[in-house]
Design a binder for this molecule. Structure first.
Ligand code: HC0
Ligand code: SF4
Length: 579
């Protein structure tokens, strides 16, 4: 352990700790901008490019960045001398000198870390004349890039390269023109970008943000010719409260249903219902593939990969086409919901599906892209018309002066609002596979599973594996979160190492609870963990915790769909993947 003084306070911290971390741990705040670290998931951006975190060391005649300087025995650090304050301010003013000043219409207005620094430093005049870069805004279906706003903190580059293994974003150019960009300034959709939005989640400024669909939604809601219905993803319910001052992980489902009804939706439904349907289809698919393989049939595609994460699907399509047929053909719950709403619910309600607008609220930016894929358009009608993120919903509720906290408790509409605990855990890493395992175990054994908790599949290790024995069959399964980790596992499998029957992959660390559309966590992964725990608590408290026990799902198959993976189910609930 190293002993040092920071602002006269004795601080003890392990060797290798940076001054910044030692200070933060000791409750001494040093402002910083580019630095971000999430130890639990191996994310560390410490390029020391912004220099906001400079401090003075007694006996040294220059200021040093605290984020990249390790502590030393006997060191005396001063974080708030006049010299430090002066230099920090100059650094900030220089940074602002070439930064656009259109804060009012910026995608990060109110959430911008640079804006917060400018507020705290009381900057009122621009003393230096910088040269603002000239780059047009670049829109994609999921993410908008306003790279003139880039401050070269490189957080997105570290996220995309080190954690997601995608390497789409990198520093280019020199001087005032330096920015993080795609190769040849291509639109993200023209690159191998997966739309995961993890770069958005860490961008401190408005260089990256979700493409906003809220105004489109307002227009649809006031159009008397349209019926507008909404579905809510599992991970949204344990995060939306944060935008209203509630702790992460608190279940806001009941208040949220009322809030959505007050927005004026004609039906307020649950993606969870469709998640239970997904398990019916995906578990059937897995069972069929395993039984075929046991019979010695050739060309059975195992391991089966879950396919509900659209960023993961796009990652496989673009980077590992040889594994494309390993992806489950079952549509994601978002898309299954849309297909059922437009074909089944619309018919029941005698609504022309062309007049029905199906909106989803997702923790994810890639879901916007998924909704737009042409594979999910039938007779010129999309399953899901568009998606908005948790953050967009928070803004919309505030616009409508709907205080989530003051809402009386309500319920989802039926039948597309009924769900089991298995569906809730979809929103955390390992949940889809655990939900599938619960159902598959009972289907193969024809018995009742005593313990529904597949604990080895839980937690936040990069890869978790388990063997599940049922009726003499040994199922080997794995769970991965983060696309970089998935890439490593795929390479292992390609090289003949790692034999599995089923693998769940979620692109974002922690699963959907850590999605690129969730309230900003500002590098605090504990927030993501709390949301995951929140979903687990909901699962524990549900009366039914297995998808195949959902009474509305059972009824749907009996009265409308027929067999799981049967003719109609296949037509509506399955898809194919692109070369
Ligand atoms: Fe997810 Fe989903 S669990 S991907 O993270 O499978 O976005 O929450 O809605 O579709 O259900 C996201 C979350 C979903 C889907 C579900 C799956
Ligand atoms: Fe990289 Fe994901 Fe951002 Fe695309 S969305 S640039 S894959 S981090």
């Amino acid at each position: 352990m190293i002993r040092l003084k920071i602002d006269g306070k004795l601080v003890v911290a392990p060797e290798g700790t940076t001054i910044l971390n030692a200070a933060l741990k000791a409750g001494i705040y040093i402002p910083h901008l580019c630095y971000m670290e999430m130890k639990e998931v191996g994310y560390k951006n410490d390029c020391a490019s912004c220099r906001i975190c400079v401090v003075q060391i007694k006996g040294m005649n220059r200021l040093i960045p605290s984020c990249s300087t390790p502590i030393k025995e006997g060191m005396e650090v001063i974080t708030n001398s006049s010299e430090v304050m002066h230099k920090r301010r100059v650094v900030l003013e220089l940074m602002l000198s070439d930064h656009p000043k259109d804060c009012l219409i910026c995608g990060k207005n109110g959430n911008c870390e640079l804006q917060k620094l400018a507020i705290s430093f009381g900057i009122r005049e621009m003393r230096f004349a910088g040269k603002e870069g000239k780059h047009d805004k670049q829109h994609s279906i999921s993410i908008t890039r306003d790279i003139t706003k880039c401050i070269m903190c490189r957080r997105c580059e570290t996220m995309c390269g080190d954690i997601q293994g995608c390497g789409i974003l990198t520093g280019v150019d020199r001087g005032f023109n330096v920015i993080v960009n795609t190769a040849f300034n291509k639109n993200l959709l023209e690159t191998n970008c997966t739309m995961c939005g993890q770069c958005v989640a860490v961008c401190p400024v408005g260089a990256l943000y979700e493409t906003d669909n809220t105004f489109k939604l307002v227009e649809d809601l006031m159009n008397p010719k349209k019926k507008v219905i909404v579905q809510v993803a599992p991970a949204v319910r344990v995060a939306i409260g944060e935008l209203f001052g509630v702790a992460p992980g608190i279940d806001m489902t009941k208040k949220l249903t009322t809030a959505l009804k007050r927005l004026g939706f004609d039906g307020v439904f649950d993606t969870n219902f469709a998640a239970d349907v997904t398990i019916m289809e995906e578990a059937t698919e897995l069972k069929e593939r395993i039984l075929s393989s046991l019979k010695g049939e050739k060309d059975v595609k195992l391991p089966l990969f879950t396919s509900c994460c659209p960023a993961w699907v796009r990652f496989v399509e673009l980077n590992y086409p040889e594994f494309r047929d390993n992806l489950s053909t079952t549509k994601s719950p978002q898309q299954i919901f849309g297909a059922l709403a437009k074909e089944f619910w619309a018919k029941e309600k005698e609504i022309d599906k062309k007049d029905l607008v199906c909106v989803s609220i997702m923790p994810c930016t890639a879901k916007k892209y998924e909704a737009s894929r042409e594979e999910f358009v039938r007779d010129g009608v999309a399953d899901v018309d568009y998606s908005i993120t948790t953050r967009e919903l928070g803004r919309l509720l505030k616009q409508y002066n709907i205080n989530l906290l003051e809402m009386p408790e309500g319920e989802f509409d039926l039948p597309l609002g009924e769900s089991t605990g298995a569906a809730d855990i979809f929103g955390r890493t390992g949940g889809v596979l655990e939900a599938a395992a619960r159902t598959l175990y009972e289907w193969i054994s024809n018995g009742k599973l005593e313990n529904l908790d597949f604990v080895p599949l839980r937690g936040f290790e990069e890869v978790r594996t388990a063997e599940i024995e049922v009726e003499g069959i040994n199922l080997r399964v794995a769970v991965v979160h983060g696309l970089g980790a998935a890439r490593k596992l795929l390479e292992e499998i390609k090289n003949g190492r790692g034999h599995f029957d089923a693998i769940e992959v979620m692109a974002c660390k922690g699963g959907c609870v850590g999605g690129g559309g969730q309230p900003y966590h500002h590098g605090d992964f504990e927030i993501v963990k709390k949301r995951a725990e929140g979903l687990q608590v909901i699962d524990y408290h549900k009366e039914l915790r297995e998808s195949h026990e959902n009474p509305c799902v059972i009824d749907l198959y009996e009265t409308y769909l027929g067999e799981a993976n049967g003719e109609l189910a296949h037509k509506l609930l399955h898809t194919h993947y692109i070369d």
